[in-house]
Design a protein around this ligand. Structure first.
Ligand code: ACM
Ligand code: ZN
Length: 754
């Protein structure tokens, strides 16, 4: 019922819109992020050589941006008249808000600040054809349909992060990234400048940061699996000079983007320690890191380290005028601090309980230093451990618990939970997607569904949520084109999440605007991912259901494995499953195939759609489509365990009962387990089975896996209604392996009964 209601609502909104329209041919305005209030009015404004612009000096940045956008984007040159006017309006309550009125006579921009006017300009920009973006608009005029917009952001902090430590990106590219933020009314660029794998900011007092810390001897290629690691043997690195940084900061100011630099401490400091080994606890000469992960070499808490960090920060503060400085604080293992005489001395002297309180001491001492210089700190949510520095803002990434705890303590928070904000995660299951962080899966729709306000917070507490941002860690993102692919179009969704009131969000309407935005991204030479023309499917009670992301698209399909084409059957309802099928489907428009072919083999077997029960609950993160997913005819991904098919259990012995509904002859039981020791995932050693509701009578060993999957097929000749399986966890992780001494995970895929 829910779905029907939404459809009716969309139809109604579209209807309302068309009523307002002067003529039905006028395309609907396609602004991203969607403005708070927007109303089309009668007529149109003709943008041509007769148009001029007037503005006070307080609107210089926004007015010049618009003038250059029009004049560089087309052959139209602006006069000096007030057909386009910028008007200071102090009745607009939000500093970033604006009112835009486009009528046949004029374009009027009202705002309290230049920043508000700048966002009006970005809306005008998106009302102009994409050809303006790259100077290819050749007509002498363009008619902008009349419109009134009253707009303001929902959140203050609307950001994007970029890790330039794992891979380095040029100054020109950083500017292109900032341009994209500005176009989407995002106001913060979080520049992650220091990492284990490279220190990327010139610090004049410490030249070895440039000579040594900025370069690594080689880089891991491909998978992180420690048993299969391979390196490229190539020296890699670079850093931004202070001159370049000043240039980037000034550039960002002309786009109303604030840059928050991140200088990581006490962890993710191996590159700095490689240049100055005395900054660590052991004094050991280490290399700039060549693999990914979390490293034990962190900054020591002795005075000399603070002197170094304060000197570094002094230079950082000269370069970045931002109120906030991000000091990291995440993923700092305490193993060296536990053994270090200096750190233990510090704990004793300061009366600290343990190394967590030492981390609090570390962060608080840096906070005090920066507060003394008029700045505030932001830290990742680990800064909550051992107590929060008095004025710190928390960036919540490990879910939302950190944000909830901090907001309840009346600290500001910025939301970046991995679940909705990590753009280094894969966005599609398609073959051909680039290698990505194996931790997660974040399709466009999930980003769009993000609500930065955790539901656990009261209205009063939610005032502490400043906003959110997309994070882009670059372990698996070696170049600009791939980075753009990971960022676009998910940044479009994030911009709307952070700007548009949550109640106005509508995914179907959003994806239609994303489709339209493709032209603009093409003109801007942005290598966006396009998954809008993909088909998705799932098993439902009556068979297999196909879905497309965009409405009003035609899906054509086959069930015999042949490639769908313009004459294939048009999908109109659930496909019955009564034998093995290979469903192939694609979106067609005007008799042309638009996106990739979706392929789903369905393995018809005796347990398909029958009853199954399991004694234990899979972990929330690896719950697939629940127990039913183990007998739905669909095998899980070969590479990704957090899909709809694999179930992950955290240490339990499993008891599974399948009820076939009636007695049947069965000839085999088949399944497979995932095997990835570096992720603490082990295939079980044996599987026991029997033919009652409970209890087992036979046992077989599961052959050792040669790759990441252990397959088992048990041949039988039995007549039964029930099949009972007992699958004991493989036992504690052996010494010498990651997670030694812990209970491993069990991951199980489809159970095929023939
Ligand atoms: C993080 O992802 N380590 C903040
Ligand atoms: Zn130490």
């Amino acid at each position: 019922m829910q779905i029907k209601k939404i459809t009716v609502l969309i139809v109604f909104i579209t209807f309302l819109y068309n009523c307002d329209s002067p003529n039905t041919e006028t395309p609907k305005p396609q602004i991203i992020p969607m403005p708070t209030h927007m109303e089309s009015t009668k007529g149109e404004f003709i943008l041509d050589n007769s148009v001029g612009m007037s503005f006070d000096s307080n609107f210089e940045v926004s007015a010049i941006f618009l003038k250059e956008f029009i004049e560089k984007g087309s052959s139209i040159q602006l006069e000096k008249n007030n057909k386009i006017s910028f008007i200071q309006d102090d009745t607009i309550s939000n500093d970033e808000g604006y009112q835009l009125t486009i009528s046949p006579k004029q374009i009027e921009i009202r705002a309290k600040t230049d920043q508000g006017a700048f966002y009006a300009v970005q809306s005008i920009r998106q009302l102009l054809p994409a050809d303006f973006e790259n100077g290819t608009f050749t007509s002498e005029k363009f008619a902008i349909p009349s419109i009134t917009i009253k707009d303001e952001p929902q959140f203050k902090h609307r950001g994007m992060h970029l890790d330039v430590g794992r891979h380095f990106f040029s100054v020109d590219f950083i500017k292109k990234y900032i341009d994209a933020l500005a176009m989407l009314k995002m106001n913060t660029f979080h520049w992650h400048l220091t990492e284990d794998q490279g220190w990327r900011i010139e610090i004049k007092k410490y030249p070895k940061l440039q000579e040594i810390a900025a370069f690594r001897d080689q880089t891991l290629i491909g998978s992180y699996d420690p048993d299969q690691q391979q390196f490229d043997g190539k020296r890699y690195g670079g850093y931004y000079t202070q001159k370049e940084i000043k240039d980037v900061v000034a550039y960002a100011q002309t786009r109303h983007v604030t840059i928050i630099p991140e200088i990581e401490m006490p962890g993710h400091a191996q590159a700095a320690i490689s240049a100055y080994p005395e900054l660590g606890c052991t004094g050991e000469q280490v290399k700039v890191a060549e693999t990914w992960g979390v490293f034990d070499h962190i900054f020591c808490s002795k005075d000399e380290t603070f002197e170094f960090l304060e000197n570094v920060l002094d230079e950082v503060l000269e370069l970045f005028p931002s109120k906030y400085i991000h000091i990291g604080g995440d993923e700092a293992p305490k193993t060296h601090w536990e053994k270090c005489p200096n750190c233990q001395q510090r704990i004793k002297e300061e009366g600290l309980k343990d190394e967590h309180e030492l981390q609090n001491y570390f962060i608080t001492r840096i906070e005090k230093y920066l507060n003394g210089k008029g700045r505030q700190i932001i830290g990742w949510d680990e800064i909550l451990e051992g107590g929060l520095a008095p004025n710190a803002t928390v960036m919540s990434w490990r879910g939302t618990d950190g944000a909830i705890e901090a907001a309840k303590q009346h600290h500001n928070v910025i939301m970046t939970p991995t679940s909705h904000c990590y753009f280094d995660y894969k966005q599609s299951d398609n073959e051909g997607e680039p290698l990505a962080n194996s931790g997660g899966f974040l399709p466009l729709k999930k980003v769009y569904s993000f609500n930065p306000i955790p539901e656990e917070l009261s209205e009063e507490e939610s005032q502490y949520v400043l906003g959110g941002q997309g994070n882009v860690w670059t372990e698996y993102i070696p170049n600009e084109k791939q980075l753009e692919y990971m960022v676009f179009p998910r940044i479009l969704a994030m911009s709307e999440v952070l700007w548009t009131p949550t109640k106005n969000k509508n995914y179907a309407d959003f994806v239609a605007r994303v489709e339209n935005f493709h032209q603009r991204m093409d003109a801007l030479d942005i290598n966006y991912a396009n998954h809008l023309y993909e088909v998705d499917g799932e098993v439902v009670a009556t068979g297999y259901e196909l879905k497309s992301i965009l409405e009003n698209k035609t899906i054509r399909f086959s069930t015999d494995g042949t490639e769908p084409n313009v004459t294939s059957e048009v999908y109109s309802g659930v496909i019955p499953i009564d034998k093995d099928l290979i469903i192939k489907a694609a979106i067609f428009d005007d008799d042309k195939k638009l996106g990739a072919t979706f392929t789903q083999p369905i393995n018809y077997h005796k347990a398909l759609g029958k009853k199954i029960s399991i004694n234990a609950q899979p972990s929330k993160t690896y719950a697939g489509s629940g127990a039913d997913g183990l007998i739905n005819g669909i095998t899980g991904s070969d590479t990704r365990i957090n899909d709809k098919e694999w179930l992950g259990f955290d240490g339990e012995d499993l008891e599974i009962t399948i009820d076939l509904g009636e007695e049947m002859t069965i000839n085999s039981i088949e399944t497979r387990f995932y095997e990835a020791p570096w992720m603490w995932i082990y295939a079980p050693k044996v599987i026991e089975y029997g033919f009652g509701e409970h209890g087992t009578s036979s046992k077989v060993e599961i052959p050792e896996s040669k790759d990441t999957h252990a397959n088992i097929k048990i041949d039988l000749n039995a007549t039964t209604r029930y099949i009972h399986l007992r699958i004991p966890n493989s036992g504690l992780i052996p010494e010498g392996k990651q997670g030694a001494g812990h209970q491993p995970w069990t991951f199980i895929d489809e159970i095929i009964i023939n």
